[in-house]
Design a binder for this molecule. Structure first.
Ligand SMILES: [Ca+2]
Length: 315
């Protein structure tokens, strides 16, 4: 996700000592500087993976309200967060790959013009129209229906009046459904911008490494990092197909001892200080994390090994 707000110099973090104009209390936190969490569920519906850092959502501001809405009209949900102190407002644009979707605005025949209380059903899922969600937050009274790779949505609208209506909507558009009249207006989603390159070391050279194979997988690790140890079996499974390097935030004997304690048996180097500084948030490395390079250039950042095999199978 790309963050479209001023006031933060580094991915998601607010320096504890940096004065922020217009705020007397931006240097203190009521919430312990807790970084936000974000989970990514794979298209097959499997286990979700925490990915706030790699997706740029690990803000440490005191978040109070969060709205999910398609704010740029490209058919995926973006996030808008209101914080207690500066930055007061953070917009996170959804830049990730996404499936197909439709958005539905309901106009009832009489009563409130916003359709609250109506529900849209699609493939056994219910999408209620609400005007507020979460703390002190108003939301767009539109339902967002994710479709995966399906080309159209078969919707059942249950109106507050008790009327029930069936409509078919091709994916990729926002439609207005008026009670008793079906679809009365539509507009296609705007084209989604190309996925932005993640702000991680762009080349193996930036990590002090040289490519010795088409594909290089770089693991970051620290002594005692249980998620790093949990990555080892998946990395061992690809060891013969890629150049595999683990970079630790240690030097000398401490580096080799930490690698051995995690079960790492392949090439190990110290993570260069400039890269460590660029990757750390409030002094902490985002672990687990894997960096995938093709011909020496960064192509993917993975929050763990779960999607590694699929990524290596990409052309
Ligand atoms: Ca969007």
């Amino acid at each position: 996700m790309a963050q479209a707000t001023a006031g933060e110099q580094k991915r998601g973090s607010i320096p504890r000592t940096a004065p922020v104009e217009g705020s007397d209390d931006a240097t203190m936190s009521f919430s312990g500087w807790e970084p936000k969490k974000l989970w990514l569920t794979p298209p097959d519906g499997g286990q979700s993976t925490e990915c706030a850092f790699t997706e740029g959502f690990d803000s440490r501001a005191d978040g109070r309200s969060l709205v999910a809405a398609d704010l740029d009209g490209d058919g995926d949900l973006d996030l808008l967060m209101r914080n207690r102190a500066a930055p007061k407002l953070q917009l996170f644009e959804n830049e990730g790959p996404s499936g197909r979707a439709v958005e539905v605005e309901l106009v009832p025949d009489g009563g409130s013009p916003f359709g609250e209380g109506a529900r849209v059903f699609e493939s056994g899922r219910a999408f209620p129209v609400v005007l507020a969600r979460g703390y002190a937050t108003s939301v767009d009274p539109v339902v967002h229906v994710g479709l995966g790779q399906r080309a159209k949505a078969s919707l059942e609208v249950r109106w507050r009046s008790g009327a029930v209506e069936q409509v078919e909507v091709p994916a990729g558009q926002r439609v207005r459904v008026s009670e008793g009249q079906g679809v009365t207006a539509s507009r296609p989603f705007v084209d989604k911008p190309a996925e932005a390159a993640p702000p991680f070391p762009a080349s193996l050279g930036a990590l002090g490494l040289t490519a010795s194979a088409d594909t290089t997988v770089v693991q970051l690790f620290l002594k005692g990092c249980a998620p790093c140890a949990a990555e080892v079996p998946a990395l061992r499974a690809v060891e013969k197909r890629v150049q595999l390097v683990s970079l630790g935030l240690h030097e000398g004997a401490a580096l080799t001892e930490a690698a051995a304690s995690l079960g790492i048996t392949w090439a190990v180097s110290a993570l260069p200080a400039p890269a460590a500084d660029a990757l750390s948030t409030a002094g902490s490395l985002p672990l687990p994390i894997l960096l995938v390079y093709r011909k020496g250039a960064l192509t993917r950042v993975l929050p763990g090994p779960r999607a590694l095999e699929a990524v290596l199978a990409e052309p």
